[in-house]
Ligand binder design. Sequence first.
Ligand code: GTP
Ligand code: SPV
Ligand code: MN
Length: 588
Amino acid sequence: MTTNKKVLDWVEEMKALVKPDKVVWIDGSEAQLKELRDQALATGEMEALNPEKLPGCLLHRTAVNDVARVEGRTYICSRKQEDAGPTNNWEDPVVMYDRLRKLYDGAMKGRTMYVLPYCMGPIGSPFSKVGIELTDSIYVVLNMDIMTRMGQQALDQLGDSNDFVRGLHSKAKMEEENRYIVQFPEDNTIWSINSGYGGNVLLGKKCFALRIASYQAKNEGWMAEHMLILGLQNPQGEIRYVCAAFPSACGKTNLAMLIPPKKYLDAGYKVWTVGDDIAWLRIGPDGRLWAINPENGFFGVAPGTNEKSNPNALATTRKNTIFTNVVHNLDDNTVWWEGLDKNPPKHAVNWKGEPWDCTDGSKGAHPNSRFTAPAVNCPCLSPEFDNPNGVPISAIIFGGRRAKTAPLVYQSRNWQHGVFVGSTMASETTAAAAGAVGVVRRDPMAMLPFCGYHMGDYFQHWLEMGEKLGDKAPKIFNVNWFRTDDEGHFIWPGFGDNMRVLNWIVDRCEGKADAVETPIGYEPKPEDIDVEGLDGVTTETVRSLLSVDKDLWKDEVAGIQEFYTKFGDKLPHQLKDELATLKANLEK
Ligand code: GTP
Ligand code: SPV
Ligand code: MN
């Protein structure tokens, strides 16, 4: 499939290490994919779902101890520890390679090693980059087929170049205590072992498109971010594109596929999805910031996805989709998850593969169960999805899950202040990563688990991008859909109604909406957030959602101060200045 000597030599070297019985190059042809599907069905690795209701769809269950990213076992192995920074696990690459070589030695004996070339970004785009993943998992091959542009087209794009990310993945013995997800940024290399789950093993996604790519982006003057990209079309037919960075399981897929409330639809508004998880951003020839989605599908959270919350996502999953760790409905051979509808199947198997009694109070689907669905299935996929030049970005939105502190929306005073807002983001942890759920932690730009280098340098890179963009820089906002009342219920309706906030954001970018200054930035006047047609949410509700509790924010300042000390000398002085300004504003 290729004469690229760098590729061939590296594949031989890895083959000698993992010692597979067989090597199969993935060309991306339908015939080959069908053969792999048939094999996975024969071994029980996958189950075929109802061909009428869910044509081409497959079900997979991972090991019970392997259901999410494992941040504690994820490493950035730069040569110098300082280059990985205080927020990443680090080990000397010499030591780590040595440790992992022992684990990989003969790990594919009796198995097939698939050589999977893939391209992140549209084929032919100047943004795009090629990776090759070696894996012993058919699940990985079939998921990467959906999530990336893979096969011969990727090798053709690479040509003779040595500029490809070398990914090695083996399920090995699936030992939790020997599970490692390791990035070697200076070597363009990712080694993942003893897992079979999503972000740990689909190496094009978080490992490459964020951890390795963020490092490349810093060196090459662009940005790799944990952001959705959407286009908001107004009744005049003009489309404004925005990016939004929310931590894992905090609403990116939902916002990216938003369906506006009826009154907006009737008026002619529409949202187009460009991406739901990752954005690669470059300054274009016109000086503006342009974004592409490097992925080709959606690896979305299943629970909570339904006909009301996200009909576009649901429609996207009705064919050629892989479901992981959801409920298997045996009555009609379909799938179910909590929050799909109010009728859990009576005759079903839960995510662990056990018979499931929906009345026993246990969850049928894992909270981090997912669908892997082709982007082409998405009813609101942007016509610009494959545009090699990407789309121009008017606004960047940060956000997370904050029960109290953060208001519904505010705008930063300028780019530098926006970088401060992003760098101080905090959110409650979710089931997307192994560990405690619901604990507030700092997660700058939603990149805490994904930044492939020192986060102090990352903040500096953001500031420098802003200097280059000058007055063409996108405006920066922060949103919070997750404020709760005294009973712990979400106050803001969220989902499609987030359109009401998006509208203010885009109007601000166009100079069409007013704002009031608060200690933390610009906020809308409560009456400028349209509440017409909302049930039980009034302008007074919005006023309370926009309130800035000075005592809570003083605690926030203390928390930020403590967080910032981690970065030592690498913390850009501009961010210290912004913190001082916030503190002073709160004292006024
Ligand atoms: P990753 O794929 O892990 O990066 O997640 P994501 O950021 O794409 O999150 P996603 O859109 O899948 O949403 C995660 C969870 O948040 C789901 O259970 C949603 O139902 C819920 N959610 C999304 N948007 C909203 C919202 O506006 N309000 C509320 N209350 N919940 C939301
Ligand atoms: C996330 O956790 O942010 C995800 C899912 O998008 S994973 O691919 O597992 O990283
Ligand atoms: Mn994500």
